[in-house]
Design a protein around this ligand. Structure first.
Ligand code: SF4
Length: 332
């Protein structure tokens, strides 16, 4: 993780870049380190500091974020960058209490940034740390109710001397050694204190309250090209799923979507559907395609010339629909 400062370097006085730490923590919300690494590099290359990001064009940032999912994070990232520049003189606030006031920064992220970037003794509690605490104390209280109990345990261990190193160590322990299915207790540095290791209950923990099954919603994506090859796209409303992202015009995503074609024409429905899972529901997106005349005047959306259209900047579900439709809308 290129945004990390190793304990020896930290001891020698090297400080982490708060911008790089903040970026990594926002990206890591709901996303794995493996997926984040390339995005982090892209963002720090395009916008090397918080001032550069704050003055970036919204559409460029949303396009650079495409594929990372949970797009509200990207919108909040921009709002936060602008708040840091306009309200904090371009310097990240140091304390948990100040960090948590920035848009999109919740308790875990505020604690992680203040501990990792500023060596503040804030207690981090992500899924990895919850697992370590449940096992360390052999606590069978089910999540999410157990969160406050696990936070109490985690506070007991938070270091006042090296909070940054501690926060990263306990998260890494959960991510690499105390893993969900195959904890490597044989090399675990806290094995001698671990109650679940003694009891042999590691694999039963943490307990979780069963989740309700996700509902399935349906929608229709309208993918159209004009005679000159331009694609009809639409910027989604700021509020709601994929807010502010560029995508195909679609119906509402509901049990029984009502037709909302952006242009009156003969739409052809494809046999295949784009399928995607969001946090709270599965989506089956039917795909309809059409060629539109040169003077087409759609009731929503705007045309993007074939030369400037970049399918890779679309959110994943829109890319899936594009992949299905591309062959039938080849421009010759
Ligand atoms: Fe996790 Fe095993 Fe270490 Fe306990 S001994 S903290 S179960 S890896």
């Amino acid at each position: 993780m290129p945004w990390r400062v190793m304990p020896a370097d930290r001891k020698a006085g090297k400080r982490p870049d708060p911008y790089a730490v903040w970026l990594s923590e926002v990206m890591l919300q709901q996303t794995t380190v493996a997926a984040v690494r390339a995005y982090h590099e892209k963002f720090t290359t395009l916008w090397p500091n918080v001032a550069a990001l704050a003055s970036a064009d919204d559409a460029d940032v949303m396009a650079a974020w495409a594929g990372l999912g949970y797009y509200a994070r990207a919108r909040n990232l921009l709002k936060s960058a602008r708040a840091v520049v306009h309200e904090h003189g371009g310097m990240f606030p140091i304390t948990y209490d100040a960090l948590i006031k920035l848009p999109g920064i919740g308790p875990y992220t505020a604690a992680a940034i203040s501990a990792i970037a500023f060596d503040e003794p804030s207690t981090v509690l992500d899924g990895n740390v919850e697992r370590v605490m449940a096992r360390l104390y052999d606590d069978h209280t089910p999540l999410p109710a157990a969160k406050t109990v696990f936070m109490d345990y985690a506070r007991r261990h938070t270091s006042n001397d090296r909070p940054g190193d501690y926060a990263q160590a306990v998260m890494d322990l959960g991510a690499t050694i105390c893993t969900p299915k195959t904890p490597v207790c044989g090399i675990c540095p806290i094995q001698s204190q671990c109650d679940s290791f003694c009891a042999g209950t590691q694999l039963d923990l943490p307990k979780k309250t069963p989740k309700k099954p996700k509902p399935t919603r349906t929608g229709i994506a309208y993918i159209a090209r004009r005679e000159d090859g331009a694609w009809l796209l639409e910027t989604r409303p700021e509020k709601g799923l994929l807010g502010g992202m560029l995508g195909w015009p679609t119906t509402e995503w509901a049990d029984d979507p009502v037709d909302a074609a952006p242009h009156s024409t003969n739409w052809t429905e494809l046999n295949d559907h784009a399928r995607h899972t969001f946090t709270h529901f599965h989506l089956i997106l039917r795909v309809q395609t059409a060629w539109l005349p040169a003077d087409a005047s759609p009731n929503r959306g705007h045309f993007i010339a074939a030369e400037t259209f970049d399918a890779t900047s679309l959110p994943t579900v829109m890319k899936k629909a594009y992949t299905l439709a591309a062959a039938t809308l080849r421009h010759v």
